[in-house]
Design a binder for this molecule. Structure first.
Ligand SMILES: Nc1ncnc2c1ncn2[C@@H]1O[C@H](COP(=O)(O)OP(=O)(O)OP(=O)(O)O)[C@@H](O)[C@H]1O
Length: 298
């Protein structure tokens, strides 16, 4: 039997008039892992999550929980917890009040209210009006709403946005703990660096299309090694390196040679009798690989 905790997005397309916000997108998200859903602003992340949660109807394809559409789930809040970006809470109500309304509507035991407030660190502020909450506190309340039904799947849109450094550290360990309990945790972000420390897997989209799907370490496999080298006589250095068979690109700080170790470049320059002023190895970080994948010269 298919596990409802597995998110399945199958050839989903969403067009808004002539604009394809999401184009033939397919991926799966497995339980027991934290998965980052990444892409630059406007890539189609929110639209995809909204289709998954039955808030937007796909033009083509389907997005389900183990084959079951959100609208067909027996008890949605107990199966899937979601916190979407622009979550709006009635400013006059307290956090406790918000959760109580949700609990009543979904027949969730009231004991879950205090347990969830405690889990997201809002107990102290539970009876204050949400209107006076900071963005970080509203994020915590969004998370509390998602966790209230003790669901096996969590879908969180930019949950780190608005949190202070301590809050970021806290949410990272919470996400890990939730996945450790066997839940499916899907977290969107437009920055890889924001979620890098908490995700096992990544799904990267750009312009509505999938550009990479795999483990976080599968991303670093795409890292390219390069060497930055320079000489007082840059033209002589370029000629020597080209003659030695290297592919050389001119940069502001010197010449960049891709796919080789610094030692090989140094040896070629030495053999040609060209004194160097700069020689160092540079490895592109994950964020650069990510930006490259999404075509990011932002
Ligand atoms: N209701 C709508 N009507 C028309 N166009 C829309 C609508 N919703 C989204 N779009 C467009 O679809 C594209 C994808 O938007 P979406 O909000 O899904 O991206 P995103 O990856 O979540 O970006 P962000 O990180 O900025 O939230 C954008 O070009 C956006 O302008």
């Amino acid at each position: 039997m298919t596990d409802v905790r597995t998110i399945e997005v199958e050839a989903v397309t969403k067009r808004f008039g002539a604009v394809a916000a999401v184009n033939s997108l397919s991926f799966q998200v497995a339980p027991g892992r934290v998965t980052g859903f990444l892409g630059p602003n406007g890539a189609g992340k929110t639209t995809t999550l909204r289709m998954l949660l039955g808030l937007v109807r796909p033009t083509e394809g389907r997005a389900t929980f183990g084959g079951v559409a959100y609208a067909d789930l027996d008890s949605p809040l107990r199966t899937v917890g979601a916190a979407l970006e622009a979550a709006s809470f009635h400013p006059g109500r307290s956090a406790r009040n918000h959760l109580a309304i949700l609990a009543t509507a979904s027949r969730i035991p009231r004991a879950r209210i205090d347990a969830t407030l405690d889990l997201v660190g809002l107990s102290e502020f539970a009876d204050r009006r949400v209107g006076g909450y900071s963005l970080g506190m509203r994020q915590r309340l969004g998370l509390a709403s998602a966790l209230l039904g003790d669901p096996g799947v969590l879908v969180l849109d930019e949950p780190i946005n608005g949190l202070d450094p301590e809050g970021i550290k806290w949410i990272r360990s919470l996400l890990r703990a939730l996945a450790g309990e066997g839940r499916t945790v899907l977290v969107s972000s437009h920055l890889l660096s924001e979620v890098q420390q908490s995700v096992d897997d990544v799904i990267i989209i750009a312009r509505g299309e999938l550009v990479h799907e795999g483990t976080l370490s599968s991303l670093s496999a795409g890292d390219s090694l390069s060497v930055l080298v320079d000489a007082p006589d840059r033209a002589a250095l370029a000629a020597a390196l080209s003659a030695a068979g290297f592919t050389v690109t001119a940069a502001r700080a010197g010449l960049v040679v891709v796919g080789v170790e610094a030692e090989e470049v140094g040896r070629a320059a030495f053999a040609a009798g060209v004194p160097l002023s700069t020689l160092h190895r540079q490895s592109s970080g994950l964020e650069e690989t990510f930006l490259h994948l999404v075509g990011g010269d932002r």
